[in-house]
Design a protein around this ligand. Structure first.
Ligand code: TYM
Length: 331
């Protein structure tokens, strides 16, 4: 049995990217491994949410976790800020993380581009906080989407650097994991290659979306005027529609539209209608469970309390040993 850690930033409900990139794996892994799945609320402070929004979004992620099938008796579900040991480990790791390597991280460079007025130190040190989340439980595997690959590489660097500096093989080197052969990247509806709430809210389908919202968003998805030659290569927005169809539709449906495309007969309106109907069927059971769980505050709080208690056992043990290794010892 291996140790598994992963988390999601609380920005609202979970979209299909989060689901297929991460949660599908969480649900499967909880039966086979010791799993820690958390809600990364410290990380979300980089975007300065109001206290009410922060709290509301934590609740949404928890509800989505449970609705997607995470079992609080099997995996340890907790809120990152309920584990202040994480912040202490983050401090230690920052002493051994270099400005140059942090500035070269793709997600940091993206933030400089997209939010030039809020390039805070938390964004720069985002990868060290993420490394702290992971190695605090001495994780071996981290189920994530493709966009987190570089962060995992940095986590391995920080873990190895600690081990080398103190000449002890203390932290394992965790790997990014997906049950598929490769890490997943679910495309957006806006023609971009990644479904992302921070890039474009309208590019996302949420598990909690109702049928009318799904229809509206998918019918508005970016497409083009259609292929002009048989077997033409698909432009990115069209490839995106096919990728989304592959996720929710039957194999023969996908094949049918592929043939239509290759024979230049495709009608994107029909294809979108089909994706929307299949997407509605896919999301409906999640939405139903989300609505059920949403109002049960006492149960949700109980899950968080139980998770915090269990997660702190492993975190406190790690910090005790790390302090000792670093040299914070009795005189
Ligand atoms: P976040 O909150 O942006 O995304 C949560 C998870 O969803 C995956 N994901 C996607 N996968 C495929 N296609 C997409 N379009 C897509 N969009 C999002 C992400 O890869 C991620 O697995 N830094 C993390 C949160 C975090 C974390 C950690 C994760 C903090 N500490 C420790 C793992 C371990 C983040 O912002 O993910």
């Amino acid at each position: 049995m291996k140790t598994v850690v992963s988390g999601i930033r609380p920005t609202g409900n979970i979209h299909l990217g989060n689901y297929f990139g991460a949660i599908v794996n969480f649900v499967k892994m909880q039966h086979e491994h010791q799993c820690y799945f958390f809600i990364a609320d410290y990380h979300s402070l980089t975007t300065h949410p109001t206290p009410a929004d922060l709290n509301d979004n934590v609740r949404k992620v928890l509800v989505n976790y449970l609705a997607a099938g995470l079992d609080p008796e099997k995996s340890i579900l907790y809120r990152q800020s309920d584990l202040p040991e994480t912040a202490e480990l983050y401090l230690f790791l920052n002493m051994n993380a270099y400005i140059g390597e942090l500035q070269r991280v793709a997600s940091f460079k993206d933030k400089i581009r997209t939010q030039p007025n809020n390039v805070n130190a938390g964004l720069l040190t985002y990868p060290t906080l993420m490394a702290a989340d992971i190695i605090i439980h001495k994780a071996h595997m981290v189920p994530v989407g493709k966009d987190q690959e570089q962060h995992l590489e940095m986590t391995r660097n920080f873990a190895t650097r600690f081990n080398n500096m103190y000449q002890t093989p203390y932290f394992p080197e965790p790997i990014a994991f997906s049950f598929g052969e490769q890490l997943v990247k679910v495309p957006g509806l806006d023609g971009s290659t990644k479904m992302s709430k921070s890039e474009n809210e309208n590019s996302c389908i949420y598990l909690s979306d109702e049928a009318s919202a799904i229809r509206k968003k998918i019918m508005r998805a970016v497409s083009d005027s259609g292929p002009t030659e048989p077997n033409q290569e698909k432009p990115i927005p069209i490839q995106n529609l096919f990728s989304l169809m592959k996720i929710v539709s039957k194999e023969e449906t996908l094949q049918f539209f592929n043939e239509q495309y290759n024979e230049c007969k495709i009608r994107y309106g029909d294809m979108k209608k089909q994706i929307a109907e299949d997407m509605i069927v896919f999301c409906a059971p999640f939405r139903e469970r989300i609505l059920e769980l949403e109002s049960d505050t006492a149960y949700l709080q109980k899950v968080l309390d139980m998770g915090a208690e269990k997660a702190r056992i492993s975190a406190a043990q790690t910090l005790k040993e790390v302090r000792e290794i670093i040299g914070f010892r009795k005189l």
